[in-house]
Design a protein around this ligand. Structure first.
Ligand code: SAM
Ligand code: ZN
Length: 272
């Protein structure tokens, strides 16, 4: 049984050998790597196809070097602490760095759970499918999640767009949502090296409609970034990437190595 529903009629999808099929015979092929594309063109949004292959490869290379490992460990701990049922959805899973870590941690603790992931970027989901064979994965938008009402015990949403209404719909009553966001000092020294007047990140209020905040943890540490390649990869993961002028690009390309802060908040919410 899958949590996935047909994006056309909303009926449950039945996984078959090489496709997912609904009772109304809408059928969605599975790619060779196992994921399914449930994104309807009308749900794509205005030219929003998520991260492109270059951004995904940069993030994949950076994350695989372990720079965000402390966050990943804290996330996996929080998942194991709060999990109380079967279905976990990674909403905006990217190329699956955290999805894979969650699966490993659950296995290590002998916790049986079904892990699902969605992302609007096909290239990202393809990577996730290759590294998370046991997860069920779909190309889909977090604004139109192809999952049945109240089908998930837990959702993780890590640096991904947020649609509270959809998350509340697919979460069971008392379901848990774990969210990671950058905190005030994230990449402060890197920003100092690039901008004349760097700004700290604005951290929005924690209250979210329909959710009760159960726990929050700030994860702050220094990262020694030893190569220009890693600095470039890190920068391409940030929202500043597209907003940086020529002069700042030039400064960025000269840094070579830097010690800069990683500063995150891990927030655990319960649906009420
Ligand atoms: C900053 S990345 C984070 C990826 C992953 N959670 C991580 O932390 O490594 C944001 C992700 O959100 C995806 N995304 C953007 N808009 C989306 C949408 N409407 N629905 C689903 N995913 C979306 C992008 O393709 C990208 O993979
Ligand atoms: Zn259907």
């Amino acid at each position: 049984m899958s949590i996935f529903i047909c994006p056309v009629c909303g009926e449950k999808l039945e996984p078959a050998e090489s496709s997912y099929v609904c009772p109304n015979r809408h059928s969605f092929d599975r790619a060779k790597s196992g994921y399914v594309n449930l994104l309807l063109s009308k749900h794509m949004g205005k030219a929003v196809h998520g991260d492109n292959r270059f951004m995904i490869q940069a993030r994949r290379s950076f994350l695989n070097k372990g720079y965000y490992e402390p966050l990943c460990s804290a996330l996996c701990e929080a998942v194991c602490e709060h999990i109380k049922g079967m279905a976990i959805l990674d909403a905006g899973c990217g190329e699956g760095y955290y999805t894979a870590a969650i699966i490993d941690k659950l296995r290590e603790h002998n916790i049986a759970a079904d892990v699902y992931g969605i992302d609007i970027s096909k290239a990202a989901v393809e990577y996730t499918a290759k590294r998370c064979r046991e997860a069920e994965l779909a190309v889909a938008s977090v604004f139109h999640i192809p999952a049945a009402d109240k089908s998930c015990e837990m959702i993780v949403t890590l640096f991904a767009p947020y649609c509270g209404e959809e998350l509340l719909r697919v979460l069971k009553d008392d379901g848990i949502m774990i969210m990671a966001i950058p905190s005030a000092d994230h990449l402060w020294e890197l920003k100092q090296a690039i901008y004349d007047v760097p700004y700290r990140n604005e951290v929005k209020p924690y209250e979210l409609e329909g959710f009760e905040l159960l726990d929050k943890k700030r994860i702050t540490y220094d990262m020694q970034i030893g190569t220009q390649e890693d600095i470039d990869a890190l920068f391409s993961m940030t929202p500043y990437y597209y907003r940086t002028g020529r002069e700042q690009q030039e400064r960025l390309s000269q840094i070579g190595s830097i010690t800069t802060k990683a500063d995150f908040e891990l927030l655990v919410y319960r649906k009420f």
